[in-house]
Every structure is written in structure tokens, then in C-alpha cells.
Design a protein around this ligand. Structure first.
Ligand code: UDP
Ligand code: MG
Length: 315
């Protein structure tokens, strides 16, 4: 097996037929030894039926159905674990990442790179809020993270088996896959592409999901927020000293009655700092808790296709 394509799909019934058509064309040069793995992330629409229908028409299609919605990163992981190819290409189901870029990525890999990730030069059809939050996110993440994580880069990429195995060897539950690939190392290169508008349907990443991905990224790739909490305590110590000087000074100099305003301010300032610090610690403790439970990331409810490729003579 030369090439595996992995696509997580959540409520993408409208895009699947078109996606498979474009993918089949994009993988044509390798299609004799390729597979297209569509992972249904517990969709509540006709996604699975569309995958089954696509499999009947395009023999390279394999379908995996997760038992429940586990989120983009876990669905992608499920597909990556099932992939058998020497090179693995991953993209979103909504055709925001053009499958045709595969040709250029393959060419770069032929020149000796182990991983070619797509860097978004332009983002079409996305809201100003989405673009701005993504812009700020990738910049802050890099300032905080201990590994350089390529900016404006999603999970759209081509990796070889060596790189994939490195990432599959990372057992963490909270998965920020683009960061894990960056951390893996090897010879990486970015390739600019234009991110299209969604082919159909709406985004499956509401603000809640974006925030979760961002916290997974931060807590998974940096402990600097914890250090920040420690620094805050120094700040609060410093402010306390200033206040003490003021309080004693006013006692001796003006002998004024102590004001409630400064007391209220001090209380809210310090309780704010305490809550923030507790919150930061809570995030990390929560991650520790989920990691120690060691639950399986997902369960497969259904699987189709891929039998022929599984036979040793064709693999
Ligand atoms: N996705 C998924 N599970 C989820 C949410 C999203 O598998 O719980 C898939 C979705 O089908 C798509 C990809 O993840 O293939 C990216 O999602 P989307 O395009 O909605 O995100 P956006 O491009 O708006 O950030
Ligand atoms: Mg999208």
C-alpha cells in the first residue's frame, strides 16, 4: 500500500459524494495502491450511508464508524491508526483543503522530506472572527509552547510512515495532532495553499470546540501557564507592599479613617488572581485525571471496505 488518505467526517452528508469524486481524481496516479479512509465521527445525519454508497462505487474507499461523536482530533486518530500506506495524506471532509495539493506534496516528499504540511496562505469564506481568533491563537501558542508549531497550519498534510508511527506512539488522550506532528521532528516543510470556502453545510467547530482545542494545545505543549501563575503571586506580593506603604503612610501623615474603596479593590484584585491561578492548575489537574483513566479513545461501531488491500499479496 503506497498511499492512505484519512478524512474525519462529522455530519458531512452533503460533501461526501463530491469529496470522494475529487479525491479519486487526485489519487489517480497511485490509485492501484491507495486507500481512502473515511471516518464517520458518530454523525447524526446520513454520513454513514453516503460512505457506504461511495464504497460501492470507488473500491479504494474504506469506512470506519465511531460509536459516538468523539471530536475531530480523535476521529483523525482513528483513521491514522487504521491507515496501512507508506505515505499518509490527511484532510478535512468539507473540501476546504483542496485534494489536488497532494501532487505537489508528493513531489516534495520525493525530494526527501518526511512531512509536508499545508500552510494557509488565504482563507476564503470564513468569518472575520474565525480568521482573527485563528491568527491570534497560532501566534500565542508559539510564544508559549516549548516546540515551534508551524503557524496557520491545520491538520492538512502528507506524512511518511516513519513520522506517522512516531505520532501513533504518543499515547495521550488530549490530542492536538498538528502539535504532535511538529514535536515528532524529522524533515518537515510547509507548502502554501489557498484554503477554500466550505463545500456545503456549516462548520462543525463551534466556539466551544475551538476553545477546547486551544486549551488542549496549550496544556499539551506548554507548562508556561503554571509558571505564569507563580509570577502572578510575585505581582500580588509587590502590590501588597505598595498598599502597605500607602496604608501606613496615610495613617501617620493624614490620620484619615481607612476607606472601604481600597479594601474592596484589594479583595477583588487578590481573589481574581487566586481564581485565575486555581483555574490554571485545575486545567492541568483535569488533564492528569483524563490521562490516568486511560480509557480507549474511541470504539468502532462499523467498518467497511479494505478487505482486498488487507490480503498480503496486494498489500
Ligand atoms: N469533524 C469531526 N468531528 C467533530 C467536528 C468536526 O470529525 O466533532 C470534522 C469535520 O467533518 C471536518 C473537520 O473535522 O472534516 C473540520 O471541521 P470543520 O470544517 O467543521 O471546521 P472548520 O474548518 O470550520 O474549522
Ligand atoms: Mg472546515
Amino acid at each position: 500500500m503506497e498511499l492512505s488518505v484519512v478524512v474525519p467526517c462529522y455530519n458531512e452528508e452533503e460533501t461526501i459524494p463530491h469529496l470522494v469524486e475529487r479525491l479519486a481524481a487526485a489519487i489517480a496516479p497511485w490509485s492501484a495502491r491507495a486507500e481512502i479512509i473515511l471516518v464517520d465521527d458518530g454523525s447524526s445525519d446520513q454520513t454513514w450511508d453516503r460512505i457506504v454508497a461511495a464504497q460501492a462505487q470507488v473500491p479504494q474507499v474504506r469506512g470506519l464508524r465511531l460509536s459516538a461523536n468523539r471530536g475531530h482530533q480523535v476521529a483523525l486518530t482513528a483513521g491514522l491508526q487504521a491507515a496501512r500506506g507508506a505515505r499518509i495524506f490527511m484532510l478535512d471532509a468539507d473540501l476546504q483543503d483542496p485534494p489536488e495539493v497532494l501532487t505537489d506534496m508528493m513531489a516534495l516528499m520525493d525530494r526527501g522530506y518526511d512531512m509536508v504540511y499545508g500552510r494557509r496562505a488565504a482563507r476564503r469564506g470564513e468569518t472575520v472572527f474565525k480568521r482573527l481568533s485563528a491568527y491570534l491563537f497560532y501566534r500565542y501558542l508559539n510564544a508559549l509552547s516549548d516546540v515551534p508549531i508551524p503557524k496557520d497550519t491545520g491538520d492538512f498534510r502528507l506524512v511518511n510512515r516513519q513520522v506517522l508511527n512516531a505520532v501513533l506512539a504518543m499515547p495521550e488522550r488530549a490530542r492536538f495532532i498538528r502539535g504532535m506532528f511538529a514535536w515528532a521532528g524529522f524533515r518537515q516543510i510547509g507548502l502554501e495553499y489557498e484554503r477554500d470556502a466550505r463545500h456545503a453545510g456549516v462548520t462543525k467547530y463551534p466556539l466551544r470546540a475551538m476553545l477546547r482545542l486551544a486549551t488542549d494545545a496549550l496544556t499539551g505543549f506548554s507548562i508556561k501557564p503554571l509558571r505564569f501563575a507563580t509570577r502572578l503571586s510575585f505581582l500580588s506580593l509587590f502590590v501588597t507592599l505598595l498598599m502597605a506603604v500607602y496604608v501606613f503612610g496615610s495613617l501617620y501623615l493624614f490620620s484619615t479613617a481607612p476607606g472601604w474603596a481600597s479594601v474592596t479593590l484589594a479583595i477583588s484584585f487578590f481573589s481574581g488572581i487566586q481564581l485565575l491561578t486555581l483555574g490554571i492548575m485545575g486545567e492541568y489537574i483535569g488533564r492528569l485525571y483524563t490521562e490516568t483513566k486511560r480509557r480507549p479513545l474511541y470504539f468502532l461501531a462499523d467498518e467497511i471496505g479494505g478487505e482486498a488491500a488487507a490480503r498480503p499479496d496486494t498489500a
